[in-house]
Design a protein around this ligand. Structure first.
Ligand code: BTN
Length: 249
């Protein structure tokens, strides 16, 4: 396994660091390569959303992984990236993971991950892990003002991006080693420990349907188990989760 962070490029501006990695795949970009940008002009989020990526305020980072694992393991990459990111921030602020890819601080979105898998017949899949963290933003555009936050806004401290990058790359490395060793139980445990969503009532919008239930755990593939008030368990692949009522069981 290659060490994550070699080679590492820092660009002043790019459309999206995930796209930059994608463009370089054909040129045989090695596993572990990292691209960081000071600004993204087309930062992308999950579910086709955009990721606010103003100059100099955030960490916008992508890395390339080539995990030689069966496809069913790949859905866990998002959880792995979430654990590595949350662990890297934890000493600065008490962040919480929200399934599948959110990192929240005081109930607002602080960071997110976007993992994209590219399959080519006969070769190991390329997995692009994109991580966005709001560091030193002092305000956000109107549309996301109520739901987004930054470490600066929450802690009052100016965050050193280089220190955070070093910490994040170290965490990604150690989580990735465990991931390749298929220590999935460890990963699920660490993810669960860093989340506060279990026992809470959630509304899920999925494939045109709305489901209400309590988040009760993750299955071994990292899917969310939601229990309805009638006691029926649903295993969720993806979808939009909204916390309906905060209720401890
Ligand atoms: C989300 O929460 O919806 C995912 C946000 C992911 C944002 C990061 S920033 C670096 C990388 N490049 C992108 O275009 N997106 C990811």
């Amino acid at each position: 396994m290659a060490k994550i962070g070699h080679p590492l490029r820092i660009l002043p501006q790019i459309d999206s660091t995930n796209e930059e990695i994608k463009r370089n795949l054909a040129a045989n970009l090695p596993e572990g390569a990292v691209v960081i940008a000071d600004q993204q002009t087309n930062g992308r989020g999950r579910l086709g959303r955009s990721w606010h990526s103003e100059f100099g305020s955030g960490l916008y980072l992508s890395t390339l992984l080539k995990p030689d694992l069966p496809p069913e393991n790949l859905s866990l990459v998002t959880l792995m990236a979430g654990v590595a990111t949350a662990t890297a921030i934890q000493h600065l602020a008490p962040v919480k993971l929200k399934w599948p890819n959110d990192i929240l601080l005081n109930g607002k979105k602080l960071a997110g991950t976007l993992c994209e898998c590219i399959y080519k017949p006969g070769s190991i899949p390329a997995v692009i892990v994109g991580i966005g963290i709001n560091l030193n933003h002092t305000s956000f555009p109107k549309e996301i003002q109520g739901i987004a936050t930054s470490l600066k806004l929450e802690t009052g401290k100016t965050i050193n991006r280089s220190e955070l990058v070093l910490n994040l790359l170290q965490n990604l490395n150690s989580e990735y080693i465990e991931f390749l060793q298929r220590k999935n139980k460890n990963l699920i445990r660490k993810w669960t420990e860093q989340s506060n969503m279990f026992g809470k009532t959630m509304t899920v919008h999925q494939k045109g349907k709305t489901l209400l239930g309590t988040a009760v755990g993750l299955n071994p593939q990292g899917k969310l188990i939601l229990q309805t008030p009638e006691g029926k368990k649903h295993v969720l692949d993806s979808g939009e989760l909204i916390e309906a009522i905060s209720k401890n069981l």
